[in-house]
Design a protein around this ligand. Structure first.
Ligand SMILES: [Zn+2]
Ligand SMILES: [Zn+2]
Length: 152
């Protein structure tokens, strides 16, 4: 198989298997397993070609580089984790939003992004996510223990 074709297939497969929109850099890391020596320029070139061919579509979140997902998904939304910054699909939609628009305006489409913490990051201890802003207070439990616990 021609190297160009192999690269293109590897890049498409990575996105198909990810089941979430990927940044070019994420595509590169995963596709390098199948195509050693793959470079970011080649990834960009193939992503663009795959979009032009209608295989992929770009996901543009405000202030973020474009991510890529398979084209032809039905209407869906996204969730971005504020900790690891990965973007996930949301297979739900609040539905008709005509009521939000000013009177006399017609809603034709909407974009919706949820922000929060993904399942992986939610499982991490809060301390691992954020450094305490001040020095710790009340950190040491009493040596003799067995006292009532503070409610958290
Ligand atoms: Zn996360
Ligand atoms: Zn929707």
């Amino acid at each position: 198989m021609e190297r160009n074709t192999r690269q293109r297939i590897a890049i498409r497969n990575v996105i198909a298997q990810a089941e979430r929109p990927l940044l070019p850099q994420e595509v590169l890391s995963a596709a390098q397993q199948a195509v050693p020596g793959l470079g970011i320029t080649t990834v960009y070139r193939n992503l663009k070609a795959l979009v032009d061919e209608g295989e992929l579509q770009a996901v543009n979140l405000p202030g973020e580089n474009p991510r890529f997902e398979l084209a032809g998904h039905e209407h869906h939304h996204h969730f971005q984790c504020r900790h690891c910054e990965r973007v996930f699909d949301v297979h739900a939609c609040p539905g008709d939003m005509s009521g939000l628009a000013p009177q006399g305006f017609t809603v034709e489409n909407h974009d919706l992004t949820l922000y929060g913490r993904c399942k992986d990051c939610a499982a991490l201890a809060p301390r691992a996510l954020k450094r305490p802003a001040t020095t710790q207070q009340h950190a040491k439990p009493k040596a003799h223990g067995h006292t009532h616990r503070h409610r958290s």
